[in-house]
Design a protein around this ligand. Structure first.
Ligand code: 13P
Length: 288
């Protein structure tokens, strides 16, 4: 099955009161682990690629070619969207050209007029090509691949202005941050989420910073209109923990334990377990 836009899967999720996970990829192992889990669990899935990860994988063209070929070779039949995460204006155009099926334009750090103007232009381009477009209002806190946000709560009126442009989905800051949440984190602002939802109506909402948000908050966010949840750090941490254990147990020193396919296997399994756990919480299993 070819890559698909995220539009249909997110509208179904919104109507069915569940969320589709966006899991960020870094390399072949990450991509394979996530795709296999989605197929096994019959869940739609969004593969997120930050600009830094795209560069690491030698460029967006490599990423698009790898993902498309892998879907074919692994006989993946569930809907898969390949999505640029926190894209710059230039990055969006590069991904569109490279064959991504979805992009996020993160104009949250621009004055709202500039965010609106650039998002408006990209709506036209993406609609013409049948790609989905995510916009952002109110920066997500924390740091992801060098992109630093303050963790603001979005202004619901600005959300409406962006939603009215016809974007596919909207990321609105509601006190969420990338990476681990600090011990003194105040939790998600459901007040902001409800106010945003009231203004934007049917627009599927996106919750960034999915790592470490307690299950009850995730479920409440879904009930209030969140249809896409992004997870990145949690897969990195589970991969790291499993890989550390393999080496600390001396398994790389036994027999052919140094073979990269063996060395990376526990980490890959850990990513699969994390993705499965998230899909269970998000409710996307069996919704392909
Ligand atoms: P985490 O790294 O906190 O899971 O956030 C992922 C994310 O929001 C990607 O945009």
């Amino acid at each position: 099955m070819a890559l698909v836009s995220a539009k249909e899967m997110l509208e179904k999720a919104r109507d069915g009161k569940y969320a589709v996970g966006q899991f960020n990829i870094n390399n072949l192992e990450w991509t394979k682990s996530i795709l296999q889990t989605a197929q096994e669990l019959q869940s739609p899935v969004i593969l997120g690629v930050s600009e830094g990860a795209g560069k690491y994988m030698t460029g967006f063209k490599t990423v698009a070619a790898m993902v498309s070929a892998m879907i074919d070779e692994l006989k993946i039949t569930v809907p898969v969207a390949l999505h640029l995460d926190h894209g710059t204006y230039e990055g969006c155009y590069k991904c569109i050209k490279a064959g991504f099926s979805s992009v996020m334009f993160d104009g949250s750090h621009f004055p709202i007029e500039e965010n609106l103007a650039k998002t408006r232009e990209l709506v036209g381009v993406c609609n013409g090509l049948g790609l989905s477009l995510e916009a952002e209002v109110g920066a997500i806190g924390g740091e992801e691949d060098g992109v630093v946000g303050k963790g603001e709560c979005a202004d619901p009126d600005e959300c409406k202005q962006i939603a009215d442009l016809g974007v596919t989905m909207l990321a609105a800051g509601i006190g969420n941050i990338h990476g681990k949440y600090p011990a003194n984190w105040e939790g998600l602002s459901f007040e902001t989420l409800s106010a945003v939802k009231k203004k934007v109506g049917d627009m599927p909402l996106v919750l960034h910073g999915g790592t470490g948000i307690p299950t009850d908050m995730i479920k409440k966010a879904i009930s209030l209109g969140v249809a896409k949840i992004n997870v990145n750090t949690e897969c990195q941490l589970s991969f790291q923990e499993a890989t550390r254990k393999y080496i600390e147990d001396g398994k790389d020193l036994a027999g052919k334990g140094f073979d990269p396919r063996k060395l990376l296997a526990p980490g890959c399994q850990a990513i699969k377990d994390t993705v499965k756990e998230k899909m269970e919480i998000f409710g996307s299993i069996g919704k392909a």
